[in-house]
Design a protein around this ligand. Structure first.
Ligand code: NAG
Ligand code: NAG
Ligand code: NAG
Ligand code: NAG
Length: 540
């Protein structure tokens, strides 16, 4: 346990003891000093920490008086409304912002354990996350939000509208859609309109865009349309990317219910009818909701529309709204005795269906563009309908769970600027991830969003399209286990992402504490979402 000063005084010089004691409050209760010493010994041998702190492991003595100041000083004041005023003065910080590398290592190790990370360098990469230099600036950068279907991205798009768009008039590039693909023509029209009225390219106001459309890879033979477009139109801006990811089962449950099968619509309709006849609204099979029955209704309705259309056409009448060929084929299939929506009837049905292989394998492929370095980048990133067409990451040459964890920690974690669609380290660097959110950790995600971009928190995070019935309540524990077993690559991405987020939350807390100690106030730290932090139970 990290309590008491007895053991630690052995490892900490008197000058920083007071500080170290307060910093231990940050640590999770599973801090084991001996283990931390072993870790630090290992890192020292691996040369990981020795370049930023002096580590002497002889006689179990580790002295890192100023390990933290390295990153408290690296936050540049480049963000919106930012200035170098917020950087912590060196002399002052050395006595007030110290957390020892031992403590950081223990924290990283505990986080790696929490998310079952198995790659040998997980702790080292999480430590690098603590040290990551934040060089985002709205003056020089352009951020694209790649919104995967059903990942909570509508809320983020709205938040970007208000937070970025509200601060910089015209800051959001037109063509951005909260639930659509990026409209390049609309963007181009706006750019041309502004430039024809005297705005120079360098003075175009755009700082961000959002859409279901992916940006990566910008370079190389697989360059995306959006990447190519932005390179051409905003050549003076550094492209960065942000995204959201989600628990891999909830992600599939939501795509299944809402994109693939349209079940939420049916459930709401059914509940409205229940309510009209004095019954309560229900959401789970336990309470009497039968998804299969919803599918029957859906098919019944479609059959009725097919019949009506046939009748009209036979009578020489042109229907106002024609059915799609696909819908007619579905009717024909049903008439021939095929259950065309069998995969919609339950999670079990989906998991047993070829539809799963077609659409639900390695759904995070588009997130970074690949899962590990051995894999080629794909530009199948703009979701259109259900045609993801992703192969199983597990079948790619060089794949292992560890490689995916490692790659996620580096790439999604924003640690590697050598990644390029035109060849790692050879081509120009791809847009790096400056932020990502996790749907089921929305509070932490938005707190980190404001903090990262130096934006004033909105009074309330816009929550859009939150469904009354959560589709994951139709999925059993066994269903969840099946998905986890089938999707080790997606699961590794999600676990590593959670570990990165844990580090970022800890890092943010430490930074805020040190800034407060250095004389900043709650008011001057306007980009800290104090209310949400309080709701999260964070004391600063
Ligand atoms: C470590 O300490 C020694 C002497 O105390 C000093 O000469 C050296 O520059 C330090 N190394 C680092 C990386 O700070
Ligand atoms: C980590 O592994 C343990 C043991 O297998 C398991 O109970 C736990 O759910 C796993 N946690 C995560 C985040 O995968
Ligand atoms: C992917 O790359 C091909 C070949 O360069 C290009 O034709 C296509 O438009 C790209 N797709 C997307 C979604 O950007
Ligand atoms: C759910 O509906 C299907 C019809 O699609 C029916 O066969 C099944 O018995 C129903 N299940 C329950 C538990 O009522």
């Amino acid at each position: 346990m990290g309590d008491g000063g007895g053991n630690r005084s052995m490892t900490t010089p008197p000058s920083s003891r007071r500080v170290t004691t307060s910093a231990t409050a940050i640590l999770s209760s599973s801090f084991v000093l001996i283990y931390a010493l072993v870790l630090v010994t290992q890192f020292a041998m691996m040369g990981i920490v020795s370049d930023r702190a002096n580590v002497s492991t002889g006689g179990h003595h580790a002295t890192i008086p100023n390990a933290m100041s390295g990153w408290t000083k690296t936050r540049r004041g480049g963000g919106i409304g930012g200035s170098s005023r917020r950087t912590v003065g060196g002399a002052r910080s050395s006595s007030t912002t110290t957390t020892t590398t031992i403590e950081l290592a223990a924290m990283a190790s505990s986080i790696a354990g929490r998310w079952n990370l198995t790659t040998h360098n997980a702790v080292a990469l999480l430590l690098r996350q603590f040290d990551r230099v934040d060089d985002y600036s709205y003056r020089t950068d352009f951020v694209h939000f790649h919104h995967l279907y059903k990942s909570g991205g509508t809320s983020i798009s709205n938040l970007m509208d208000k937070a970025f768009g509200g601060l910089i008039d015209g800051g959001i590039l037109p063509g951005s859609y909260e639930s659509g693909n990026f409209d390049h023509d609309e963007a181009l029209a706006d750019i041309e309109r502004r430039m024809s009225t005297g705005t120079s390219r360098e003075d175009l106001p755009y700082v961000a865009s959002y859409a279901h459309t992916g940006l990566r890879p910008v370079y190389g033979p697989r360059g995306t349309r959006t990447g190519t477009f932005l390179l051409k139109q905003l050549p003076h801006r550094r492209l960065r990317v942000i995204t959201m990811l989600r628990d891999i089962v909830d992600f599939r449950a939501s795509n299944h219910a809402m994109i693939m099968c349209g079940l939420n619509y049916e459930v709401t309709r059914w509940n409205n009818e229940r309510e009209a006849s004095g019954l309560s609204r229900v959401c789970t099979p336990r309470d009497g909701l039968n998804i299969s029955l919803m599918v029957d209704r859906k098919i019944g309705d479609l059959m009725e529309r097919c019949r009506a259309e046939k009748e009209m056409l036979a009578g020489g009448v042109t229907p106002k709204k024609k059915l799609y060929p696909q819908q007619r084929r579905q009717c024909a299939g049903e008439e021939a005795g095929t259950d065309t929506l069998a995969h919609c009837r339950s999670a079990d049905h989906l998991l047993a269906s070829p539809q799963y292989d077609k659409h639900y394998r390695s759904m995070f492929h588009a997130l970074m563009g690949r899962f590990h370095r051995g894999q080629k980048f794909t530009n199948v990133t703009a979701y259109k309908g259900m045609g993801y067409g992703f192969d199983r990451a597990e079948d790619s040459p060089g794949y292992s769970v560890e490689k995916v964890e490692e790659y996620t920690l580096e790439d999604l974690g924003g640690l590697d600027t050598t990644i390029s669609g035109a060849g790692d380290g050879v081509g120009p660097p791809e847009p790096d991830f400056v932020w990502f959110g996790i749907t089921e950790r929305m509070k932490e995600s938005t707190v980190l969003f404001y903090y990262q971009f130096r934006l004033k928190p909105l009074p309330r995070t816009p929550i859009h399209r939150v469904q009354e019935c959560r589709p994951n309540s139709w999925w059993t524990d066994e269903n969840r286990e099946v998905v986890k077993a089938r999707e080790p690559a997606d699961y590794a991405v999600w676990r590593a992402a959670n570990a990165i987020m844990d580090v970022r939350i800890e890092k943010m807390k430490m930074e805020i504490r040190s800034l407060l100690r250095a004389g900043e106030t709650r008011e001057s730290l306007y980009y800290v979402d104090w209310d949400q932090l309080e709701e999260m139970g964070v004391k600063l």
